[in-house]
Each structure stands twice: as structure tokens, then as C-alpha cells.
Design a protein around this ligand. Sequence first.
Ligand code: ZN
Length: 305
Amino acid sequence: MEDIITGDLPDVPALTPEAAAAYCKDVIGAEAAKDAANEKAYGILVSYKDFKGQTDLNLQNTPFYDGPIDDMLTFVYMDNSLTLDAASGAATLMYSGVVFRRTAEQDTLYKRPFVSILGINAHPEVAEYLIQGGAVKRTFMHEMLHSVGIGTSWPSPAGCGNKELCMATVLKEAGTKVHEPIPYTPAGAPALCKADAIYREKCAASEWCTARNGDMPLLVESEIPATKEAPNFGSNCGHWPESQLPAEIISTMAEGKKLLAGPRLFLTAVTIGALEDLGFQVNYDSKEIDDFDLINSRLRELDQV
Ligand SMILES: [Zn+2]
């Protein structure tokens, strides 16, 4: 990650239980923050309370970091509430999310995150797959990309990745046959979002991409089977569509929904562009970045397509 995101971020002063309420306020609103600070049952990870493993991290027992935070503090833990579907081999390998963002005073335009969580599926077969299958590094990177804001801090200040509109559209279309592609660059934007601009340039120069996608803009995932009760927002609205950028690190399958499909997590310049949209100084020359056309050759190898 250090080779991808360069440049420093504004430091955050010590994070203590007392200070946490103020940051909660920024994320969940003043009233809810008061509740969160008072309510012992509430974790600091308010928006993630549905995950069992996270109820252990709360205002009372979280090992708060009492020094200034330079860039990002991520709580990493094994989550034994995650399962593996024996029949299909499907599992969520890891999950992650933003807990606290810098305030407007600390980071005026972008309010970039500074605390995140990262849970790892503790099922023995998943652990074996991650380690033996070689997926651990890129799966971890996928989650860290969410931790710094991809799919979790959308929309960017320029409106890139409009999550609210996306979620509303997915809910409206849930269970119907209609599907309206949801562009990453908002309608009426004065300029293309950086990730979109890079995607279009790379796609136009790539035979497999033009054959698959024509001249469509960069989209956000909105096609994962959804019902109104289960809109799958873990996947929808926070990733690139697997159908558009198969095997890309921010495409849905990176979640590990198909455990046995093997690691396919290519980090393309499209995702680096999304980091730039979120205000990070990025390095397009990083050796971590894969060639756009690797997606095609690797897909052929894995799927005989
Ligand atoms: Zn993800």
C-alpha cells in the first residue's frame, strides 16, 4: 500500500473513549453519538454491530491508541462467526469498513478515514485457502482499499460513486428484471472521475475490454442478486461490476464469494484512480499495479473462456 498511496495525511490527535464520541458525531449524527457514548452495549463500531466478532470491540474494552495517528489505525481480528458453505465453497474471506473519519477541521475536503476494522474468516478451510492458495495478500489489500475509502467513502467530494443513488436504484429494482447500469461518474458531472477516465482509456486500448464492454462508462456494482430484504449492499454499490472488470481487485468476486475460483485480484490503474478521486496522492508507476490486459489472460487460464 505504501508504494501506491504516497504523501502524508493530516495527523489525528490521540483517540480516547472521550474523543470517540466526537468522531461518532461526525459519522452518525449528534443524537446517536450521545447514545453510543452512553450505551455500554454499543461498540465504537456502531455501523458494524451486526457482526458478532465486533461486539468485543466497544468503548469499554477497545485498546484505544493514545498517541497521534499518522495515517490509519486498523483493528484486525479473526471472526469465528463467519462460515463456509460446504456445498458451494462460498465464503466471505474477509470484510472491512471505516469506523472514524477525519473531521472537516482535520481534513477539510476529503475527511479521509483514520480508523477501520478488518475481520478475517476464522474457518480452517478458509484460512488454508488464503494461505495455501496465495490469496491472503491481495484479499487483505482489497479490504485495506475499502478501509481507506473505496466503496466506503463514496461519493467522493466530486460525487464519484454516488452510493445513495445506487442503493436507491438497487432497492427499486430488487427482484425485477429491470437493470439500470449505475455510472461511477455522476450524471451531469463537469468532468469524468479519474477512475472512469483511466478505465475508458485502458478499455479503448484493449481488445477484450472493448469486446466485452463496448464504450460503456465505468459502473458500480448493482447486479448482485438482491431482494428488498437482502439488497446485498456488501457487494452492490461498493465495487466495480464483476461483469465489467472481472478479477479486478475491487470487483465483487474479490470478496471471496467463490472460494474455489482462485485468486484473481488484479490491481489495475482504475482502482488507483479511485484512490485519487478520494484525495490520495498516488503512484501510477507502482510495481504493485498489474497490467490491464492481465485480466483477460488470467481469466482465460482459470475459466477456459
Ligand atoms: Zn469488498
